[in-house]
Design a protein around this ligand. Structure first.
Ligand SMILES: N[C@@H](CCC(=O)N[C@@H](CS)C(=O)NCC(=O)O)C(=O)O
Length: 222
């Protein structure tokens, strides 16, 4: 018997679910998964009956309830130390950029919703100054982390794909699917995240989801 349950939404679209799922899998928690297809109005009744904030991801582990992706990351890092950097300065940076991700980048998130099935197609209408500002800030974060802390490997803090990488993985997906091309350093980082076995597993499972789960609000973005 498993230690609990992780509830997530449609893998193709649910960027917050991807963050929570990566955290849980990186920590190696033994929880079963329940995938709930997202409703097209963003208010899925089945999620509201399970999760205190009416959203996914939602984790129950050994009787402990955890929601909000950033807190699921913190909980998982308590279970498996090493998913935040050991060095205090790096750890502060990793937590700061993860919180910045959790709270911000609304322009990118709204204009370019995650769609695992969309392949490198820029927005037909182009980007706005708000979107460009978000992209520039994300590019600066990735470039700075890679150059200052990431010398030992391909991820933000080196060889280990950690919590900060989990928080930014859906942004990598967006940049890849909406043809965003940041600095060479960031592009190399994006390739490494996409190639990570857990991220690839998510993509493969997303590709197997029923076509009926698809939604025009995400698929019809020109
Ligand atoms: N701040 C929350 C955001 C979670 C969120 O907005 N999840 C979306 C799916 S990506 C959701 O559950 N929406 C409700 C719905 O679609 O019914 C977190 O970090 O976990």
């Amino acid at each position: 018997m498993s230690d609990g349950i992780l509830v997530i939404g449609t893998r193709r679209y649910s960027s917050w679910s991807l963050r929570g799922w990566l955290a849980v899998r990186l920590a190696g928690l033994d929880v079963r998964e329940q995938v709930i297809p997202l409703a097209d109005n963003g208010e899925t009744p089945a999620i509201r009956t399970i999760s205190p904030n009416g959203k996914v991801p939602y984790l129950e582990h050994k009787g402990v309830a955890v929601w909000e992706s950033i807190v699921i990351c913190e909980y998982c890092a308590e279970q498996a130390p090493g998913l935040w950097p050991e060095d205090v300065r790096q750890r502060a940076y990793a937590r700061s950029i993860s919180a910045e991700m959790h709270a911000g980048f609304r322009a990118v998130r709204q204009a370019m919703p995650m769609n695992i099935g969309r392949d490198n197609r820029p927005l037909a209408a182009g980007t706005t100054p708000d979107i460009d500002a978000d992209i520039a800030r994300i590019d600066a974060i990735w470039t700075e982390a890679r150059l200052d802390f990431g010398k030992d490997g391909p991820f933000l803090f080196g060889a280990t794909f950690g919590m900060a990488d989990a928080m930014f993985a859906p942004i990598v997906s967006r940049f890849l699917s909406y043809g965003i091309s940041p600095s060479p350093e960031s592009r190399a980082y994006m390739a490494a995240v996409r190639a990570h076995p857990l991220v690839d597993d998510w993509y493969q499972k997303a590709a197997q989801e029923p076509a009926e789960w698809r939604q025009s609000r995400f698929e019809d973005i020109a």
